[in-house]
Write a protein that binds this ligand. Structure first.
Ligand code: PGA
Length: 250
C-alpha cells in the first residue's frame, strides 16, 4: 500500500500564503520519490479554495480538519461534508484530540462525523489515542481501541481506500515527545488487529498513520514499522522543507 503523509496545519497560515507554500513544497519534493507515497495537506476551511487552485495538476490532495455531523440546516458556523466535497476536498480529519479536548467532542459525535464524511464520498482520517495518565495507568490500548470501535460502529466499508486511521498519543502531540518506534508499532498493530475483527476483508490495506511530534529526524524509524503506513504531521508540516524531509524518509 502507498504510505500517506498528511499535514495538519491547525490554526496556522493565511489563505493568501497557500499558493507560495505549495510552490515551495513542490520545489522541496523534487529529491524525494513522490511516486512511492501520497501527500495530503489538511488546512483550515478558509484556505481550501486557494489550496485546490494551487494543487491543480499536482498529485498532492487536500483535506479539511473538521466537519459538521449535519448535512444541512440551522447550524450556524458549521461546514458540511457535502460543502467540502463541492470544493474538491478528499480527506477530513475527524476526532483529533484537540477537538475532543477543547471542543468537547465525544465518541458519539466523532462517530456521527465519520458517517457524514463517508456518506459524502470523502475519506476520514480518524484520530484515536490515549492521554498521558491513561498510558501511565496501562490503559493506552483499551482507550485507543475503544475510540476506534465507537467511531466505526455501524460503519460498513467495501474498500480500504475509504478510511485512514491515525494513532496519535495525546501526550506526543505538539510536545516534542515522540512515542518510541516500538510503542507506536505496538498500538498501531493493536489497531490493525481490531480492524481485522471489524472489517476483515480490507483491514490489512487500511492505512494507519502515526501522529505526534513526527519530524524529519525521527520519521524513518517510525515509518519502517510494519503497521505504520504514514504520518499525520502538525508542527513539522508548517515548513515545506521539513515536510519534504519526512516524505523523503518514507
Ligand atoms: P504535531 O501534531 O506533529 O505538532 O505533534 C500532530 C497532530 O496534532 O496531528
Amino acid at each position: 500500500m502507498k504510505p500517506l503523509i498528511a499535514a495538519n496545519w491547525k490554526l496556522h497560515k493565511l489563505p493568501s500564503e497557500v499558493a507560495a507554500w505549495v510552490t515551495d513544497l513542490h520545489g522541496a519534493l523534487e529529491t524525494a520519490n513522490t511516486d512511492r507515497l501520497e501527500l495530503a495537506l489538511c488546512a483550515p476551511f478558509t484556505h481550501l479554495p486557494a489550496l485546490q487552485t494551487a494543487l491543480v495538476g499536482s498529485s498532492v490532495r487536500s483535506g479539511a480538519q473538521d466537519v459538521s455531523a449535519h448535512d444541512t440546516g440551522a447550524y450556524t458556523g458549521e461546514v458540511s461534508a457535502a460543502m467540502l466535497k463541492d470544493v474538491g476536498v478528499h480527506y477530513v480529519i475527524v476526532g483529533h484530540s484537540e477537538r475532543r479536548d477543547l471542543h468537547a467532542e465525544d465518541d458519539a459525535l466523532v462517530g456521527a462525523k465519520v458517517k457524514a464524511v463517508l456518506s459524502s464520498g470523502l475519506v476520514p482520517i480518524l484520530c484515536v489515542g490515549e492521554r498521558l495518565e491513561q498510558r501511565e495507568a496501562g490503559q493506552a490500548e483499551a482507550v485507543t481501541l475503544g475510540q476506534l470501535r465507537a467511531a466505526l460502529e455501524g460503519v460498513t466499508l467495501t474498500s480500504a481506500a475509504e478510511l485512514v486511521v491515525a494513532y496519535e498519543p495525546v501526550w506526543a502531540i505538539g510536545t516534542g515527545k515522540t512515542a518510541t518506534d516500538s510503542d507506536a508499532q505496538a498500538l498501531c498493530g493493536a489497531i490493525r488487529g481490531e480492524l481485522r475483527g471489524l472489517m476483515p476483508e480490507i483491514a490489512d490495506e487500511v492505512r494507519i498513520l502515526y501522529g505526534g511530534s513526527m519530524k524529519g529526524d525521527n520519521a524513518a524509524g517510525l515509518l519502517a514499522q510494519p503497521d505504520i503506513n504514514g504520518g499525520l504531521i502538525g508542527s513539522a508540516s508548517l515548513d515545506a522543507a521539513s515536510l519534504a524531509k519526512i516524505a523523503a524518509a518514507c
